[in-house]
Ligand binder design. Structure first.
Ligand code: ZN
Length: 132
């Protein structure tokens, strides 16, 4: 298992983790199995999708809608209920098959981290579940 950090620079942004996760596989010496990419946070998420600038903007707009929908009960505590809700919908981890040391992603698929309450320093853990 390996952990790295990523510092986000905006309240909401999407960062492409694919190359860093691929590096982690090399550092771990992983060849076959499944890579678990996870974040130990409640207001950011990891998901798989296309890294296309328009789609990234659309994703942030769609996720941001949750925060603008209404004043949520959690907003009374730290004013970031929308970030928690969006992170819950996407999830805090993604699983990707690993074959011959490479992430088995679709042509347009990338491993993406979405920051929903930044800027912050986020920890990302890569663990490989190896085939027996
Ligand atoms: Zn909160």
């Amino acid at each position: 298992m390996l952990t790295f950090t990523i510092s986000t620079s905006r309240r909401e942004e999407i960062r492409d983790l694919t190359e860093r996760v691929q590096e982690a596989l090399s550092e771990l010496g992983a060849t076959e199995g499944v890579a678990l990419v996870s974040v130990p946070h409640c207001t950011c998420a990891v998901y798989l999708n296309e890294n296309e600038s328009g789609l990234l903007d659309d994703t942030l707009t769609a996720l941001g809608f949750l925060g603008r929908l209404q004043r949520w009960r959690h907003d009374i505590i730290d004013n970031n209920a929308g970030a928690h809700l969006a992170a819950s919908l996407l999830g805090s981890s993604a699983l990707v098959p690993v074959k011959m040391g490479r992430l088995e992603l679709g042509t347009w698929q990338r491993v993406l981290l979405v920051e929903l309450d930044g800027p912050r320093t986020r920890r990302v853990t890569v663990a490989v579940l190896a085939e027996a």
